[in-house]
Design a protein around this ligand. Structure first.
Ligand SMILES: [Zn+2]
Length: 314
């Protein structure tokens, strides 16, 4: 579930993604409208592939925000404009299948663990860098959710005392310094001051500079883009080193638009600052890799989610 669109896939562990569909959902401010488009896309797929109701084991919904996967309540999703909303019940009234929910980043981590680079990992962190920075933890092969199902909010680790304002209201959070939004903000700030760059058209633009545009700028040795991306990478490496010193993980997987578009540039810098700051005993044997699963990571995460909550094989 996104704020303005939903992406759906028909999926099982045998064939992977069998079909996918995208639908515009409106703003997400009207829950009834939103659910109608969501149930519509599900019914369309079932109809198109001539599936029987009993062939659908579950509908797994990924939500940007905090959720309770047991009760099916979206506790708070600013993107969707939903608060304390039981989507399991509400969507369950519109479709004849069990509805499961999970935070979208957690779903992504599950996807990476079971269908991506994490297959052989026991203790893994999946980090997604985009508009914000989120992470999902796998401990001992299982998703770690925390007491209030809010584990993995690494985007709000404080990295800069008195730093830039974060969406959460605090200053100097990791994502306020190293997300794509932060890179975009810093580049534009310097463009406004007259700094030379091939990105100069963005100086007065409300649009975020896309990852592909950043990648192109780096390819052309644009100093401004290179400077701010390098800064973000160093911060990412430092935070991942802190987490590794704390948890002694065996795998860190990085994903999200900016990493996927710029992995060749970003990963070496991230790794350099990581190994400079991680303790040798904590980082020994650890792998840091970039996923190529993209949005599909969260889609794949639906399979282990259904298997966990319904105790079935999908
Ligand atoms: Zn924050």
């Amino acid at each position: 579930m996104g704020g303005t669109k939903a992406l759906a896939a028909l999926i099982n562990s045998n064939k992977g993604i069998i079909a996918r569909k995208k639908v515009a959902t409106g703003t997400g401010k009207d829950a009834a409208e939103y659910l109608k488009s969501l149930s519509g896309i599900i019914k369309d797929i079932v109809k198109e592939y001539k599936l029987k109701d009993e062939q659908i084991a579950a509908v797994c919904v990924g939500v940007a925000g905090s959720v309770n996967p047991h009760s099916g309540v979206i506790t708070f999703s600013p993107n969707l404009g939903l608060k304390d909303f039981n989507i399991k019940e509400a969507l369950g009234e519109l479709i004849p299948y069990p509805v499961l929910i999970e935070n979208d980043v957690n779903l992504g981590a599950l996807g990476v663990k079971y269908y991506g680079l994490g297959k052989n990992a026991r203790d893994m962190l999946a980090v997604f860098v985009g508009t914000g920075i989120g992470a999902g933890f796998i401990f001992d092969g299982k998703l770690f959710r925390g007491a209030n199902f809010a584990a993995g909010e690494i985007g709000h680790i404080k990295v800069e005392e008195g730093g830039p304002l974060c969406g959460c209201g605090n200053h100097g959070c990791f994502e306020a310094v190293a997300s794509r939004t932060a890179i975009d903000r810093e580049i534009k700030k310097e463009l406004k001051k007259g700094e030379k760059s091939i990105l100069k058209e963005f100086a007065a633009s409300d649009k975020q500079i896309k990852s592909k545009v950043l990648a192109n700028a780096v390819k052309k040795n644009d100093k401004l883009a290179t400077k701010h991306l390098t800064r973000a990478c160093k911060t990412i490496g430092n935070v991942l080193a802190d987490i590794t010193n704390l948890l002694n993980l065996d795998l860190i997987v990085l994903g999200g638009g900016v990493i996927e578009a710029l992995d060749k540039f970003m990963m070496p810098i991230i790794k350099e600052s990581f190994y400079k700051n991680a303790l040798p005993t904590s980082s020994k044997g650890l792998k840091i890799l970039a996923t190529k699963l993209g949005d599909d990571a969260a889609l794949y995460g639906g399979i282990p989610l259904a298997e966990e909550f319904l105790n079935i094989k999908v």
